[in-house]
Design a protein around this ligand. Structure first.
Ligand code: CDT
Length: 308
């Protein structure tokens, strides 16, 4: 019997520096209603969906950036999103900057069920960019200054009638992210992203941003027999153009739905989670075909060790 879930990729256009949290929550609620009208049961929002992508600026005193972070979730400002989702009976996945009681800063994504309960929290594992101010860049990507890499790893949660996993932006470029979840039987991976179209360390990659985005997510889906939902905050934000191309991918690696603008836009796909097993039980039958005994380097070493 089919196990169907209709999922929405709720892409956002840019959030400028002076846009209030309240205005972002209003936009998220509009996207949520739009997704619900299209039959969505689960709505996926981007990474850092409540603020502009603030790691593009460096501040010497990091406490001056604390206003970008959430200290509670839900909060007075975000509660209306939770209330509306509960009223509509839809779940959602939301990315935001988290400042904990003990002063740690994480790039975080939560999964909220159709009753408005937060059932899972994921904190970004692979933190890209740099930790020091690099004044010669046209814009900073100082995520390694603003966020601690999570040591909690990749979870998979029973929710929405299936097994749901989460990852955030740069995580999607690493095969280990998908495989960690694949080894827990993941059936749908939710991933928000902010990807500048100009990659400062190597601009020759700029024209390939969309290709690389599709390449990694479609491969990750296929090689683990899972759906992947990648959701952008795209468009020109504070002068920096970012990739849109939010995409819902099936376990075959095929694209099921994709946005066509760089603005607030919703696309949906009806996903039969049992489709995953056509891959998980055949070509990617891990138990039958994987060879962990010859993969020890993957966890034993970080960088390449090259011998002559
Ligand atoms: N947000 C995020 O992780 N963005 C990175 C940008 C490239 S690294 C500077 C990404 O992997 O899309």
């Amino acid at each position: 019997m089919a196990r169907n879930i209709t999922v929405a990729a709720a892409q956002m256009g840019p959030i400028q520096r002076d846009h209030t949290r309240e205005s972002c929550v209003e936009r998220l609620i509009t996207l949520l209603r739009n997704a619900h009208n299209k039959g969505a049961e689960l709505v996926v929002f981007p990474e850092l969906a409540l603020t502009t992508f603030f790691p593009r600026w460096f501040v010497d005193d990091i406490t001056q950036a604390h206003h970008w972070y959430e200290t509670s979730m839900p909060s007075k400002t975000t509660q209306p999103l939770f209330d509306e989702a509960k009223r509509l009976g839809v779940g959602f996945c939301l990315g935001y900057a988290e400042l904990t009681d003990s002063g740690e800063r994480f790039n975080t994504q939560i999964l909220v069920d159709a009753q408005g309960n937060t059932i899972a929290k994921y904190r970004k594992v692979h933190i890209p960019g740099h930790a020091e101010h690099e004044p010669d860049r046209p814009f900073q990507h100082a995520e390694r200054y603003y966020f601690t890499p999570s040591d909690e790893g990749f979870g998979v949660w029973k929710a929405f009638g299936g097994r749901i996993g989460m990852m955030i932006c740069n995580d999607r470029r690493w095969p280990e992210s998908y495989r960690e979840m694949g080894l827990q039987g993941v059936e749908m991976i939710l991933c928000g992203y902010n990807t500048p179209l100009h990659y400062v360390p190597d601009p020759s990659q700029d024209p390939l941003a969309g290709f690389h985005n599709a390449l990694v997510m479609q491969s990750g889906a296929y090689q683990n027999g899972t759906f992947v939902v990648g959701v952008a905050k795209g468009g020109v934000e504070e002068g920096v153009d970012s990739l849109a191309e939010s995409t819902i991918i099936g376990p075959s690696g095929e694209v099921l739905a994709k946005t066509v603008t760089s603005a607030d836009e919703v696309v949906v796909a009806r996903c039969d989670l049992d489709w995953c097993y056509q891959y998980k039980n055949t070509l990617f039958d891990f138990d039958r075909y994987r060879r962990p005994e010859v993969y020890s380097r993957i966890t034993a070493q970080r960088g390449a060790i090259v011998t002559d």
